[in-house]
Design a protein around this ligand. Structure first.
Ligand code: FMN
Length: 197
C-alpha cells in the first residue's frame, strides 16, 4: 500500500476542493493518505480584508499543518497551490524551502510526485505554475508523474497534461481529473515502492 501526502495551500478554497478530490482518488487506489495544509503566512489584516479568504481560513482550522516528517513518511507527494502571477504561492514555496535538510540527506529522492493548481482564468498560468513547482522536484531527484493524456478525465477537464487544474471553483470534470491524478500517483507510487531494491 502506498503512503501518499496531499499537501496544499489554498486561500479561498478552490485548491482545497481539488486537494480533497486528489485525496479521494488516492484513497480509491488503496493508499494511506495524509491530508495537510501548509501554514498561512499572510498577516491577519490581509486575511480579514477578504471574506472568502477569512471564511476558508476559519473553516479549515482542523486540517493539520504539513511537517517535514510527512515528507519522510510518504512514498509519494501531491502538492497543490493557487496560481500567483503564474507561479507557486509563497506559503507553499516557504514550506518547500524548508526541505533543504531532507534533500541533503537524499530523503526526497526517488519518490513519486505531482502537482495541481487553480487560477482565475482558463489561460491564467496553470501550466507555468506547475512547471515552476516541478523545478523543485527535479532538484529533489523525485519521480515526477504528470497526468499526461492518459485518461479521458484529463480531456474532459480541459486537457492539462501537467497536472489537475481548475479555473476558479473546480467543475465536476476538474474534480474528476483531480481524483484521477490521486489514483494515478498512488498506483505509480505502489509500483515503484514494489520495485525498490
Ligand atoms: C496575488 C494573486 C495573484 C494571482 N495571479 C493569478 C494569475 O497569474 N493568473 C490567474 O488566472 N489567476 C491569478 N490569481 C487568482 C487565483 O489563482 C485564483 O483565484 C485561484 O482559484 C485561487 O485559489 P484558492 O481559492 O485555492 O486560493 C491570483 C490571485 C492572487 C491573490
Amino acid at each position: 500500500m502506498a503512503k501518499v501526502a496531499v499537501i496544499y495551500y489554498s486561500a479561498t478554497g478552490n485548491v482545497y476542493s481539488l486537494a480533497r478530490a486528489v485525496e479521494e482518488g488516492a484513497n480509491e487506489a488503496g493508499a494511506e493518505v495524509r491530508f495537510r495544509k501548509v501554514r498561512e503566512l499572510a498577516p491577519e489584516e490581509a486575511i480579514k480584508s477578504n471574506q472568502g479568504w477569512h471564511d476558508h481560513f476559519m473553516e479549515t482550522q482542523d486540517v493539520p499543518e504539513a511537517e517535514l516528517e510527512d515528507l519522510e513518511w510518504a512514498d509519494a507527494y501531491v502538492f497543490g497551490t493557487p496560481t500567483r502571477f503564474g507561479n507557486v504561492a509563497a506559503q507553499l514555496k516557504q514550506f518547500l524551502d524548508t526541505t533543504g535538510g531532507l534533500w541533503f540527506e537524499g530523503k526526497l529522492a526517488d519518490k513519486v510526485v505531482g502537482g495541481f493548481t487553480s487560477a482565475q482564468n482558463p489561460h491564467g498560468g496553470q501550466e507555468s505554475t506547475l512547471l515552476s513547482m516541478y523545478n523543485v522536484f527535479m532538484h529533489w531527484g523525485a519521480v515526477i508523474v504528470p497526468t499526461g493524456y492518459t485518461s479521458e478525465e484529463i480531456f474532459a477537464a480541459g486537457g492539462n497534461p501537467y497536472g489537475a487544474s481548475s479555473t476558479e471553483e473546480p467543475s465536476e470534470e476538474e474534480l474528476a481529473a483531480a481524483r484521477y491524478q490521486g489514483r494515478r500517483i498512488a498506483e505509480k507510487a505502489a509500483a515503484l515502492a514494489g520495485s525498490r531494491v
